[in-house]
Structures are given as C-alpha cells and as structure tokens.
Design a protein around this ligand. Structure first.
Ligand SMILES: Cc1ncc(COP(=O)(O)O)c(C=O)c1O
Length: 408
C-alpha cells in the first residue's frame, strides 16, 4: 500500500487500517495528524484537547519545544551506537536521573514492559546471589489488579483475564495479594521473596490510590523482611501526581524504581530501572541488555526531561491544577459522576453506568473536542499534559458536565 496522501479523510484512514493492522486496540475514531502543547488536530483540521497525554507519556505536552530542540540537536550529531561502544550522552543521562530520584545507578531500556522485565531479572539475581535463596525458588509478590505491561512473564502475574487468556503457559514465581493490604503482604512475604513489586498508584485499574501509610508500610515491611521494594512509576512518576514521584507523597525511597513513558518526552521510547548500587551491581556483562537501550538520542531527550523536572515547575503545576481538577470533579458528583479518585493532574472518574459506558462517555467527549480514555466499565481516566492551563482544564470539565447532562 502506498503512503496515504493528506487528502484522505479520517473515515478512509480508519477503514484502511482494518485489513492490515493487528486488532489489538480499539481506538476512538479520531485520526490525529498534528499536535502542539495540549492540543491535537485531526486530518480534517478539527482540534481536540488531549486529556490523556499518551497515558502520561506526554507529561510535558506535545512537541515540547525544549525537548524537540534537544532531539533535533542530537539527530544532527549521533543517533545510535548500541552498547557495544560507549556514547558521549549516556553518563550524563544516568547521573542526572540518579540525582533526580535520589538513587545510585541506572539500567536504561526502552519500553515500560522492558523495565519491568529487567527489574524481575535483577530482583531474582539479587535474591540468589545476595539473599541466598535456593536456585529457581525466588518469588516476587505483586498486587491484584496490577498493570505492568504485556510480555508473557508480566501477564503471568496479571489478574486481568483479557490480558492473559490464550497466552499461557505462564511464568511461575509470583504471588498475588490484594492491593492496599499490608496484612496480606506480610503473610505472603517469606524467605523466598526477592521483591515486592507494586504501582504506588494503580493507573490502569482506574487511578486507585492506596491509603495513607501503605507505601511507607511496604517500605518498612520489605526492609524488615529483607526483600526489595520495586516501585513501578512508569505511569505515576515524573510529575504527574504533583511530586516528582508518587512515592514522594509518603517520603519513601524504593530499592528499584521503574520509569518510562514521560522519560522519553513523547518523542522516543525511553525507560529505566533506577536503583541502589548494591542491587543493580548484580548484573555483569552479557547477562542483560538491549540494542536500543541507552542510545544517544534517548539519552539526550531523557536528560532534557530530567532538566525540565529539576525546575520543579511541572510538579508545581500538577499540584496546583490538581486542585482545579479535584474541585471540578467534586462538583459533578451526583450529576452523573458516582465517585472519583484524583492526585495531581490524574483522575479516575466513575460514571453512573445508567448514563453510559466509559467508552460511550469517551466518544461523547470526543464529539465535544476532548480526548480521554475509558479504563474498566464506566470509569474514565483524565491525565492531561502538565502544561495544560486552568482555563483549558475547566473547559474539559465543562464538556464532561455537558456530556453527562445530555447523555450519550
Ligand atoms: C504502571 C505501568 N507499568 C508498565 C507499563 C507498560 O509500559 P509499556 O506500554 O511502555 O510497555 C504501563 C503502561 O501503561 C504502566 O502503566
């Protein structure tokens, strides 16, 4: 098939996908052709406010000028070396990311799932070499309703049947406990436990925020029992919740921290396992790697992302505008919103199912020029770029109020 010319309509482009593209997604019927800041534009020139931000991969907005400039500069100089050689960008990236997170060392990868897989391997190796767990007996304790990605090992410890069904046999070595339940965690951790792996806020589950004290409790329990605390902040991290990391709300430092999405500035896939030196040092040459992990373009963009976060501006915006989001949603409770959970510029909103499914509400909002994504059932998730203005946020809330009032 030849590349579609600009004259194709959205409907034509959507029809053209079906025979040639695997059907593993069910996107909203909008075909984006251009974007800037908080706004995207479809092929017909219709503009939409982006209230999803690529599942938080676009925390700094579409085509953030600082990040685009960093990418352009790097594109003109060096893009890829593989880790067979050193490149002149990687040391700076790793040092700045370690400084931002208060940890020691960085294992650079590309996608979120790769960072999770890498952490599983590092934790197991640490368990055998440092903790002294018997060979092949290591366990990792995870939470029900987690979302950590789509590889076969990761779906092995998912509780979402759609994500698992048809993909077995599964990787053993995982124990699943209810989220936000320290007693269950205490009971599940034993001498075989390499790590507890959790999301500090469960994003795909509907922005589920644990009780105050849960993360501090996980930190205390894992330290006391001698296993690692691995925090998956691939969606919750890098400014989204009003702090650099979601664990910062409880002043907790994990042993391994997983970052992705926004680390690539909405330009390139960049992920990382950031962690304690004595843990990441269990990896030796040849035991783990990635052709693209730590490539100079990724490192240049990732360094620029860290510089943006070091200003504190994005965390501050998320915290301040989070109040506007929270107040706006609170005003809709009883008017089509049954309840919501919000932290910073991130909210899971449970819609009265008699009004419509999350999908129907998302389609209604699309018709009003606002893009969101449903999660489960009648829940929609709001996660705009952190560059959004208060007026733009209010207009998105007004659109939600209108859709809920008129029905779908
Ligand atoms: C918490 C969390 N972990 C891991 C992932 C997987 O990231 P990726 O899609 O880049 O593999 C996601 C993606 O939504 C996520 O939200």
């Amino acid at each position: 098939m030849t590349a579609p010319a600009r004259t194709h309509t959205s409907a034509e482009l959507i029809r053209a996908e079906a025979p040639v593209l695997a059907h593993n997604y069910h996107p909203l019927p909008v075909v984006v052709a251009r974007a800037e800041g908080t706004w995207v534009e479809d092929v017909e020139g219709r503009r939409y406010l982006d209230m999803l931000a690529g599942y938080s991969a676009l925390n700094f907005g579409h085509r953030n000028p600082v990040l685009i400039e960093a990418a352009h500069r790097q594109l003109d100089r060096l893009t890829l070396t593989s880790r067979a050689f050193h490149n002149d960008r990687l040391a700076h990236f790793a040092a700045s990311l370690a400084r931002l997170t208060g940890l020691d060392m960085v294992l650079p990868m590309n996608t979120g799932a790769e960072a999770v897989e890498s952490a599983v391997k590092v934790a197991r190796k640490w368990a055998y070499e440092v903790k002294g767990v018997a060979p092949d007996r290591a366990t990792i304790v995870v939470a029900a309703d987690n979302f950590h990605g789509r590889t076969t090992t990761i779906v092995s410890f998912s509780t979402d049947e759609t994500a698992r069904s048809g993909f077995g046999p599964f990787t053993p070595g995982f124990r699943i406990v209810p989220y936000n339940d320290l007693a269950a965690l205490e009971a599940a951790v034993d001498e075989t436990t390499a790590a507890v792996l959790i999301e500090p806020i469960q994003g795909e589950a509907g922005v589920v925020i644990p009780d105050d004290g849960y993360l501090a409790g996980v930190r205390e329990l894992t330290s006391r029992k001698g296993c690692l605390f691995v925090a998956d902040e691939i969606q919750s991290g890098l400014g989204r919740t009003g702090t650099t990391l979601a664990v910062d709300h409880e002043g907790v430092v994990p042993d391994l921290l997983l970052l992705g999405k926004a680390l690539g500035g909405g330009i390139v896939p960049v992920s990382a396992v950031v962690g304690r030196r004595d843990v990441l040092e269990v990896l030796r040459p040849g035991e783990h790697g990635s052709t693209f992990g730590g490539n100079p373009l990724a490192a240049a963009v990732g360094s620029a992302v860290v510089e943006l976060l070091e200003t504190g501006e994005f965390q501050r915006r998320a915290a301040e505008l989070g109040v506007v989001l929270r107040d706006g949603l609170a005003a809709l409770v009883g008017k089509g919103v049954e309840g919501f959970r919000a932290r910073g510029l991130w909210a899971g909103v449970d819609i009265d199912p008699s009004i419509g499914t999350g999908r129907e509400i998302s389609e209604g909002l699309m018709r009003e020029g606002v893009l969101v994504k449903d999660t489960h059932g009648s829940t929609i998730r709001l996660a705009p770029p952190l560059t959004i203005t208060a007026d733009e946020l209010r207009s998105a809330l007004a659109a939600l109020e209108k859709v809920l009032a008129q029905g779908v």
